[in-house]
Design a protein around this ligand. Structure first.
Ligand code: NAP
Length: 312
C-alpha cells in the first residue's frame, strides 16, 4: 500500500482499470475480475462516466453501472477506493469542466455507482474554456457536501496543473491530489516537466495505459496475430525498440519467476512520483498475470536495464 499524493488514501500499488467493464468484459466476467483483484489485496478501482461511450450502442456509464452492481452485490463499499472522472462525456454535453457539468455528472456517477461518495474524482481532461476557479469551486461544493473525498487531474499539462494548484491555494479550494496521465515503458513523455510539476507539488501519478494497451504483456510478437480491440494501438510498438524492451522484460521476468506484464508494471511503479499504475484485464486469467505487480520489487540494475532498453 502507498499514500496517494497529498491525500489520505492508502492505495494498492496496482490500480484496476475499469474501461473494460461492460465493454470487452461482460457483467459476469467483470464481477469475476473485480472479485479476484480484491481477493489478492487490491483496493483501488478506476472508472469514468465516459466508459464505454465509444462502443456501438453505448452511451457512457456502462462501467460505473457494473461497478455499482458489484459493490451492492458484494456489500464491500468500505473496502474499495472508487475513482471516477468527469469532463469527457460528449453525450449530454458533459465534455467540459463547467460548474453545471460537474454538478450534473457527479450526481449521475453517484447514482450509477450506487454510493454516497466518490473517493477520488478526476477532471478527465483539461478544459481551456472554463476558468479553473469555476471548476475548482464546483469540486469544492461536492467535497463540502461529502459527495467527493478528493479531486485529481488527468491529461493536464505541467503548466495547467501548477496553475490549478495555485488557484486552489489562493482561493481556499480543493487541491488536486494526483495526476493520471499516459506513461509506460514505451511512452515516457511524462518524465521531465510533468513529473517535475507532480513531484514539486507533492502529488502522485497514477499512470494509464500502463501496459501500452497490452503490448507490455508480451503477447504482441513478430508473426503473431492478436485478436483484440486494442491490437492496432498496441501493435504499433512492435518495432526495434519494442522488441528490445520485450527482450529485457523476458529476462527480468524469468529471473523473478513472474510475468512480463507484472515486470512492466513493477518498472512503472518504481519510477519517481508513481503511486499506482492503472491496468485493466478482461478475464481472471489476464488479471492473474498482473497481480504479482501488487508487491513485485525489481532490483536497481533490472530497472536500469529496462530503462536503457526503452531509450537505447
Ligand atoms: N485518464 C485517461 O484518459 C485514461 C485513458 C485510457 C485509460 N485509462 C484508464 O487506464 C486503464 C488501463 O488502460 P487500458 O485498459 O486501456 O490499457 P492497458 O492497461 O495498457 O492494457 C490493458 C489491456 O491489455 C490486455 N491484457 C491485460 N492483461 C493481459 C494478459 N495477462 N494477457 C494478455 N493481454 C492482457 C487486455 O486487452 P485485450 O485482451 O483486449 O488485448 C487489457 O484490457 C483503463 O481501464 C482506464 O481505467 C485512463
Amino acid at each position: 500500500m502507498t499514500k496517494l499524493g497529498s491525500s489520505d488514501l492508502d492505495v494498492a500499488r496496482l490500480c484496476l482499470g475499469g474501461n473494460v467493464f461492460g465493454w470487452t468484459a461482460d457483467e459476469d466476467a467483470s464481477f469475476a475480475v473485480l472479485d479476484a483483484y480484491l481477493a489478492a489485496g487490491g483496493n483501488f478501482v478506476d472508472t469514468a462516466d465516459v466508459y464505454s461511450a465509444w462502443a456501438d450502442g453505448h452511451s457512457g456509464g456502462e462501467s460505473e453501472t457494473i461497478i455499482g452492481r458489484w459493490l451492492r452485490a458484494r456489500g464491500n463499499r468500505d473496502r474499495v477506493i472508487v475513482a471516477t472522472k468527469v469532463g469527457m462525456l460528449e453525450v449530454g454535453g458533459l465534455d467540459n469542466l463547467r460548474a453545471d457539468t460537474i454538478a450534473a455528472a457527479a450526481e449521475n456517477s453517484l447514482r450509477r455507482l450506487g454510493v454516497d461518495h466518490i473517493d477520488l474524482y478526476y477532471a478527465h481532461q483539461d478544459d481551456l474554456g472554463t476558468p479553473q476557479e469555476e471548476t475548482l469551486a464546483a469540486f469544492d461544493v461536492l467535497v463540502r457536501a461529502g459527495k467527493v473525498r478528493h479531486v485529481a487531474a488527468s491529461n493536464f499539462t505541467a503548466e495547467r496543473l501548477t496553475s490549478a494548484l495555485a488557484v486552489a491555494e489562493r482561493e481556499g479550494l480543493p487541491k488536486y491530489v494526483a495526476l493520471q496521465q499516459h506513461y509506460n515503458l514505451v511512452e515516457r513523455s511524462y518524465e521531465g516537466g510533468l513529473a517535475e510539476a507532480v513531484a514539486a507539488a507533492g502529488l502522485s501519478s497514477a499512470p494509464y495505459w500502463s501496459l501500452a494497451r497490452g503490448f507490455l504483456t508480451g503477447k504482441y510478437r513478430p508473426g503473431v496475430t492478436v485478436d483484440s480491440v486494442r491490437a492496432k494501438g498496441a501493435s504499433k510498438y512492435l518495432d526495434e525498440r519494442g522488441l528490445r524492451v520485450l527482450g529485457v522484460l523476458d529476462e527480468v521476468a524469468a529471473a523473478h519467476g513472474t510475468t512480463v506484464a507484472a515486470t512492466a508494471l513493477a518498472w512503472l511503479a518504481a519510477q519517481p512520483t508513481v503511486a499506482a499504475p492503472i491496468a485493466s484485464a478482461r478475464t481472471t486469467g489476464q488479471l492473474a498475470d498482473l497481480l504479482p505487480a501488487l508487491d513485485l520489487e525489481l532490483a536497481a540494475d533490472e530497472i536500469a536495464r529496462l530503462t536503457a532498453a526503452s531509450e537505447g
